[in-house]
Write a protein that binds this ligand. Sequence first.
Ligand code: MBD
Ligand code: FE
Length: 304
Amino acid sequence: MSELTKDQLLDLVNSKQVAPGNARVRQLTQRIVSDLFKAIDELDVTPDEFWAAAGWLERLGKSGQIGLITAGLGFDRLLDIRSDEADEKAGRAAGTPRAIEGPLFVAGAPLSQGEVRVDEGEPKGEVLVMEGQVLDVDGRPVAGALLDVWHANEQGGYSHFFPGMKPFELRRRIATDAQGRYRFRSYLPPGYAIPPDSPTSELFAALGRHGNRPAHIHFLLAAPGIRTLTTQINIPGDTYIDDDFAFATRDGLIVTLEPNTAAAGYESLGVTTPFTRVRFNFVVQKALNESETAPEARMGRIAA
Ligand code: MBD
Ligand code: FE
């Protein structure tokens, strides 16, 4: 058995077993290894190419950028398309569309009731107030829903990932009031670009691709009895709105800006001069089981 053909080797790799292990992990590993063996053979991958790829994966893991690569190669959107398909089949495609979480969520942002200033101190862009209601699919307000909001700063950086930012800068949680209302003040963020001189930018350069996302704001919305919604809104007018490196732009999530909205009624958010308003209602589905109500984002869900 010391001499092996490629097929014999693959069969051995896929069949070795001294304990039950995990059947699903075995199934997935077998499939992925088989597909890679095939790709290496059919594309005549050289040892130098193979080890360059392995070295890149090593650096990618160390850089903490795996979630940028999954987004940039379409996997995050693929999972959403598959979830949408499953909803369609189950006759429960309704409400605000989901949009990818992205790799930059941080749990535990400061919590406020009803409204909050998401930015701190001086606005670093056009003053924005976004407001609306959380409604269920029957149009009933969802009181006490928890809305996580996070977005990039004026340089396209997210706190906890971008140097020089305060913890939870531009990250807040808002509990909706009795009418299901929320509102927050911040500033209109610019788009996002993948970090230069990184494993991610290295691959994108080799692919001849850009690594830009159009301006957007992320949301994670959870409430008892409600199916947790992860989504984003896009700010209209961005060059990359239809060319997002993460393929996340969706109809129904491109908001309308209302510039020059009068400040009256917005004093509690420190607004004294005309500002840009966005009105947006989140429409959420009823949960079919406990796990759909989980307030955790993707990494929290798998840890829970
Ligand atoms: C982002 O800001 C983002 O939202 C995604 C999906 C990927 C990279 C950066
Ligand atoms: Fe983002």
